[in-house]
Design a protein around this ligand. Structure first.
Ligand code: 2P0
Length: 330
């Protein structure tokens, strides 16, 4: 009764920012992301068939507090479907990228957990069911079950059965695309995404406009990804990131995730584009810009972030699907 799975994190080109249902993690808008290889999380789950507490270890430490609760909830959902006979679980998870990379490890983490736990419970692979389970752990995890370019459709149902990630183009669609995470700050952010998006929904007068606009952009961007048009994809990604941050800045109290170095990188991207270098940025709920470029301009893009204070640049390419593997962690 054990299984192991791997999954990549993802970076949204059109963002998810705000829930219409906090418990089921249902978004107000659809979002679209690309998975980030080669970064990955590996997770082994064993259902022991015995009563007792779940044992949960994340990156070498026993999980505690809110983190532990979220994993327990996901395991509980698998038991609800697979039956009590599954018993308590032992789970070990390891990421090969530092949490300090500023990339949410929760997306890859809950995606790997969803795939491993369902496989350990004896279910056949089912990307829709896996995405829905991953979503219950962390919204963006619904976009890390399948590789390449994935859209998380917001859905309309109150039970969330139509709110899951769906691959639009596979990993091989755009092999030339590069995604560079520039680490301009390693400080732990003051307001976590979950709290920041809740506050934005509840207090920002700009929130409804943001949600409506993002829904439109999650559709609009597809045809540009389809034709691998970096300029058009980059323009939408930048605009969408600005609008997400604008909605957050409109919250009470205001939320600003940007640092001076973030703005310096953004300005440098704009300047080098005038010299013919194809580089655009996006931003998650944090100060570290992620640059979108192609192999030809990758070195120049990395130099831009380093010149503006990035201590590290993580180079990524579109990643593949979450997979069940035979090399267990225990
Ligand atoms: C995204 N972010 O689309 C957006 C952009 C951050 C900014 O998804 O509360 O960790 O667990 O559903 O998925 C980060 O939020 O939040 C996120 P929960 P999650 O990638």
């Amino acid at each position: 009764m054990n299984a192991t799975a791997t999954a990549h994190p993802n970076i949204a080109l059109v963002k998810y920012w705000g829930k219409r249902d906090e418990e089921l993690i249902l978004p107000h808008q659809s979002s679209l992301s690309v998975t980030l290889g080669p970064l990955q999380v590996t997770t082994t789950v064993e259902f022991t068939g015995k009563k007792g507490l779940d044992q949960i270890e994340l990156n070498g430490k026993v999980a505690q507090g809110a983190e532990r609760k979220r994993v327990e909830e996901a395991l509980k959902l698998v038991r609800l479907e697979g039956g009590k006979k599954l018993g308590a679980a032992v789970m070990i998870s390891r990421g090969d990228f530092p949490a300090a990379a500023g990339l949410a490890s929760s997306a890859a983490g809950f995606a790997a957990l969803a795939v491993a736990a369902r496989a350990a419970a004896g279910f056949k692979r089912d990307t829709k069911a896996e995405s829905i389970l991953a979503r219950r752990g962390s919204g963006s995890a619904s976009r890390s079950i399948e590789g390449g370019f994935v859209r998380w459709n917001r859905g309309k149902r109150a039970d969330g059965r139509d709110s899951f990630g769906e691959q639009l183009f596979g990993q091989a669609h755009w092999p030339d695309l590069r995604l560079l995470v520039g680490m301009v700050s390693r400080e732990e952010k003051e307001v976590k995404s979950r709290d920041g998006m809740r506050s934005t929904v509840e207090t920002s007068p700009y929130y409804p406009a943001w949600a409506k606009d993002a829904e439109r952009e999650a559709k609009e961007i597809v045809r540009f990804v389809k034709r691998r048009d970096l300029e058009a994809v980059g323009e939408i990604a930048e605009r969408n990131a600005w609008r997400m941050h604008a909605s957050a800045m409109g919250a009470n109290p205001p939320l600003c995730y940007l640092k001076p170095a973030t703005l310096a990188v953004i300005e440098a991207c704009r300047q080098v584009r005038q010299q013919g270098v194809g580089v655009w940025f996006t931003l998650d709920a944090g100060p570290n810009p992620v640059l979108l470029t192609t192999a030809k301009d990758e070195a120049r893009a990395a130099a831009i972030v380093r010149e503006h204070g990035a201590t590290e640049v993580v180079h990524c390419v579109p990643g593949g699907d979450a997979q069940v593997i035979e090399q267990h962690l225990f």
